[in-house]
Design a protein around this ligand. Structure first.
Ligand code: NAD
Length: 419
């Protein structure tokens, strides 16, 4: 494990665990001394974060291209610009957010004032995943800084190029209050043996359970941003091309490696027949005749995930795409039909550019299908307003898109997370 205070500091390696403990001590002492509390300090750190994003924009785009084959456009809209917007919003809103909230008094307390004061937790750890490696590290960091915490950041070891750039971050921040540590599962496990005041974890449900168990040992409050399978219901009344354009964009964005991407479609047999040519046409329009040569289609993060996805291509029947090339970690935008609920592709979050279509007789059957599975992180419904509302009313999900994909995530005021 390495604990990085300055970028010039060499990687410390596993045998330097003591210096990692020094880092924790340093952050704790800074918090106890009240360093992170003044509004001016918080604003200066947020500005530093803004400088990090601005000064390293090209390097960040290159790293995201190396890690995930992201185009500059995708990197900008889903990582760099979103983070910058969050920084700007926090700077603009900080004074308001920090104000005490007055509470109405009653007869017994009429002569007193009552209020809610917001205080920082203390030392926060942010553990990030690889699929939006910048966004999912910086967004919670903005919140933690705005709230007056000291922060230890643990980027994903899998998105290696972005991880390297995360090491630059402390240069732009007060290094007595903010640090970056590097490491994989084993090192993160050791890290979590320590007591933090808040844990912010984004990643898989499997690791979420490990992190939650570690938090429970110290009764540490925790946020778990996990994954899952997000259904997408398409009604017979829809225009298939409009639906196909939207679903294809959100499914194949970042090569499908998006936690809130529509994971599978539920529609009637009749709609499936109309959707298939429409999806084919959307894929052609977005990625051309040979998607492998398109600069707009990302790549699978590593060989392990590539192999996992290749295995899923054997479920049902390939109606569109299905090609893959291991040396490039390329999987074509793919649509599967004749998929059964019991097939492997329906047991796990797909997290790749593969879209199964499952047929249902009607809306009620679709709702029943959705409700007998885990509550999804996101749910999508395409239909007229009353039917979209029926899906919204009769199901439970972390986020919901009516006649749209995950564009609601671009709204800063909209919460992100599962049930
Ligand atoms: P992951 O759970 O494998 O890893 C996440 C982080 O946990 C990494 O930093 C990793 O180093 C660390 N980690 C891995 N194993 C660990 C262990 N045994 N003990 C302690 N720490 C460990 O997740 P991932 O593969 O990086 O990311 C993909 C997952 O994240 C998907 O399930 C996706 O849906 C989910 N995700 C959720 C959101 C959201 O906002 N809800 C956003 C993006 C990704």
């Amino acid at each position: 494990m390495s604990a990085t205070g300055t970028v010039s500091e060499p990687s410390l390696g596993m045998d330097s665990f003591d210096s990692f403990e020094d880092t924790l001590r340093r952050l704790r002492e800074a918090f106890k001394a009240g360093q992170t509390r003044p509004v001016e300090f918080r604003v200066a750190q947020l500005q530093g974060l803004g400088h990090f994003l601005g000064a390293n924009k090209q390097l960040l785009q290159d790293a995201l291209a190396e890690d995930l084959g992201k185009s500059p456009f995708e990197s900008d809209i889903s990582e760099i610009i979103l983070c910058q917007n969050e920084v700007d919003l926090a700077i603009k809103s900080l004074q308001t957010w920090m104000k005490d909230e007055p509470v109405a008094t009653n007869l017994l307390t009429k002569l007193s004032s009552a209020f809610i004061r917001k205080e920082p937790f203390g030392l926060v750890i942010i553990i990030a995943p690889w699929n939006y490696p910048l966004n999912l590290m910086i967004m919670p960091l903005v919140g933690a800084i705005a709230a007056g915490n000291c922060v230890l950041l643990k980027p994903s070891e899998i998105s290696k190029n972005t991880e390297k750039l995360a090491e630059l971050l402390p240069q732009y921040l007060d290094q007595s209050c903010f640090a970056v540590v590097l490491g994989g599962p084993e090192e993160t496990g050791q890290l979590l043996e320590h007591k933090f005041d808040y844990i912010f974890f984004t990643g898989s449900p499997r690791v979420g359970k490990i992190v939650m168990a570690a938090a429970a040992k110290h009764l540490t409050p925790i946020t778990l941003e996990l994954g899952g399978k997000n259904p997408c219901y398409v009604d017979d009344s829809c225009d298939p091309q409009t639906v196909a354009n939207r679903v294809a964009w959100f499914r194949y964005f970042n090569a499908g490696q998006t936690c809130v991407a529509p994971d599978y479609i539920l529609c009637s047999q009749e709609m499936q027949e109309r959707l298939l040519p429409a999806l084919q046409s959307a894929i052609l329009r977005f990625y051309g005749d040979d998607p492998k040569t398109s600069p707009n289609l990302g790549r699978i993060i590593n060989q392990k995930h590539f192999k996992r996805l290749q295995g899923l291509l054997g479920c049902g029947r390939v109606a569109i795409g299905g090609q893959s090339e291991e040396s490039e970690r390329y999987i074509a935008p793919t649509v599967l039909v004749d998929v059964q609920e019991t097939d492997p592709v329906m047991q796990e979050e797909i997290f790749g550019p593969i879209l199964p279509l499952l047929t249902v007789k009607n809306l009620e059957e679709a709702i029943d299908f959705i409700n007998r599975r885990e509550k999804p992180l996101a749910l999508y419904a395409f239909s007229n307003n009353s039917r979209v509302n029926q899906v919204l009313d009769c199901t439970s999900s972390g986020g919901f898109g009516g006649n749209d994909g995950f564009l609601y995530l671009t709204l800063s005021a909209m919460p992100l997370g599962g049930i």
